[in-house]
Design a protein around this ligand. Structure first.
Ligand code: NAG
Ligand code: NAG
Ligand code: NAG
Ligand code: NAG
Ligand code: NAG
Ligand code: NAG
Ligand code: FE2
Length: 439
């Protein structure tokens, strides 16, 4: 008897039988998909614990299964906890997908295949009207919104999911097993629609290595900052954490700022903004909030909003940059609450008009949606909201966003505590985009 097998029986003698099934290291798990920002493509990402090939077999929905094969590769990822657990993160890019067509796939290798999943290739038309679910701060424990999101996603209600930072709580815990469990939990969503992310503070461990290694976002920045296009929108994802974890490199903050500036300049070129008039940002820690927890956003001098002057050189904030480049909508999380703001810039409200504040607003609109559910439960609000706060809720839940067309975006907040009731909604209407919209 090989020593490994012998040890296995010794160990299992003391355990209930169900726990004794040895894990098959070549079995794919934690399957999730993302849009790599290239027309007609989708990336499938998964994990194995033994080294295997990386293959996806797929075909159009309704056709003969597995007639097409795509190959990719895997990267070794080692958790830096005491056990130094090692895993293989596989990535395969499917290309030449038909815009708006649904595909059936499985992934793995000749040593083991995943379940069967399906996804719809992004409709590449600029008049496509995608539907999003968005939220932050969803953990392995107490993920209140997950069940409803699973059902709605599999029923085809969403084209894309945006997870605005703070995953698993925390992916590195228990030698990375919490990360594995979380990625398995979200497979029921993330294997069906592109699951797009940004880093949050709970990903801090080992210089964000779990976050950087487990996801596959567009660009070459290990998922830290990137942008992509969908329908009439240009979506920018970035890291607010570069303002807080300076030990990992102040240069990251400046690199990101420089990239944000050039990305916004590019998106604002008249020929680009004409076809993608909406600029939407997503990042974890908000510039504004009326929570009572003393976080960055509760301070007038928020680092994210105004920057830091205790660094050398001083670090620029983001409110001016976004305002100057006519960002329309800013999506945030981190606070375990939902809050909608009136159009705001420099702590001042700039309603479109008193009757219709969101029709041609004169400043960006912010939404904070970090109440998907995690072990840290809810946050609380200060009793008296400031005048830029339009609506607040401490219910668990998530946000739906429908990018209707070049002038209309509809958003609504779903309460999980109230069995899926929509507790807030509004339509952002803009006939003019870009900095000239503020005039
Ligand atoms: C699978 O990985 C485990 C842990 O790294 C290792 O002990 C085992 O030998 C591997 N099995 C095969 C078939 O490579
Ligand atoms: C893509 O979206 C456009 C605009 O809404 C629509 O006309 C077209 O039919 C869609 N394509 C597919 C394959 O669904
Ligand atoms: C942290 O990770 C980023 C991204 O890979 C890298 O640029 C940076 O140098 C790392 N910082 C440290 C201190 O290792
Ligand atoms: C530096 O920033 C702090 C708060 O972030 C502010 O109170 C202070 O006035 C600033 N100092 C200078 C010299 O700008
Ligand atoms: C903005 O509009 C809302 C809704 O009409 C109103 O309650 C609020 O007072 C307005 N704020 C300002 C500063 O005009
Ligand atoms: C966008 O959709 C809204 C709501 O359906 C409609 O009223 C508006 O005319 C549309 N705008 C354009 C430019 O098609
Ligand atoms: Fe957070």
């Amino acid at each position: 008897m090989a020593p490994v097998v012998y040890l296995f029986f010794l160990f299992c003698g003391l355990m209930p039988l169900a726990l004794c099934v040895p894990s098959i290291g070549s079995q794919p798990e934690q399957v999730h998909i993302s849009y790599p920002g290239v027309r007609g493509s989708m990336v499938i990402t998964w994990t194995t614990f033994n080294e295997t090939d990386s293959m996806v077999e797929y075909n159009l929905w309704g056709g003969k299964l597995f007639t097409q094969t795509a190959k990719g590769n895997s990267a070794v990822f080692v958790d830096e906890g005491p056990e130094m657990r090692k895993m293989y993160i596989h990535r395969v890019t499917l290309s030449d997908l038909r815009s708006g067509a649904t595909y059936v796939y499985h992934c793995g290798s000749e040593a083991g295949w995943s379940d069967l999943f399906f996804f719809t290739a992004l409709n590449e038309s600029t008049s496509f009207s995608p539907k999003f679910a968005l939220f932050g701060d969803m953990g392995n424990e107490n993920p209140q919104s997950l069940a409803r999101l699973q059902k709605e996603t599999q029923a085809g209600m969403y084209d894309v999911i945006l997870h605005i930072g703070d995953f698993a709580y925390d992916m590195h815990e228990d030698n990375g097993r919490i990360g594995d469990e979380f990625m398995k939990q979200i497979e029921s969503i993330a294997a069906y629609v592109p699951y797009m992310t940004c880093p949050g503070n709970h990903e801090w461990a080992y210089n964000f290595s779990h976050y950087r290694s487990r996801f596959t976002m567009p660009g070459q920045t290990e998922n830290l900052w990137y942008s992509w296009n969908i329908g009439s929108a240009h979506v920018i994802s970035f890291s607010t954490e570069v303002y807080f974890y300076l030990d990992y490199g102040l240069d990251l903050l400046f690199k990101q700022y420089k990239w944000l500036k050039s990305d916004l300049e590019e998106a604002n070129k008249p020929e680009n903004r004409a076809v993608r008039p909406w600029i939407i940002t997503m990042a974890h820690r908000p510039m504004y909030c009326s929570d009572d927890d003393n976080d960055d956003c509760t301070k007038f001098e928020s680092y994210v909003r105004l920057g830091r002057n205790d660094t050398k050189p001083p670090a620029p904030g983001l409110e001016d940059l976004f305002y100057q480049h006519g960002v329309d909508l800013e999506l945030w999380a981190h606070e375990h609450t939902y809050e909608r703001l009136w159009p705001v810039y420099g702590y001042k409200v700039y309603n479109g008009s008193t009757d219709e504040p969101y029709v041609n607003p004169k400043a960006p609109v912010h939404i904070i949606t970090g109440s998907a559910g995690c072990r840290e439960k809810h946050d609380g609000f200060i009793p008296k909201p400031r005048d830029w706060s339009a609506f607040r809720s401490t219910d668990y839940g998530y946000t739906r966003m429908h990018l209707i067309n070049s002038t209309h975006i509809y958003l609504e907040q779903v309460s999980d505590d109230q069995s899926g009731k929509v507790i807030d909604s509004f339509t952002l209407v803009k006939d003019v985009h870009g900095p000239e919209a503020w005039l």
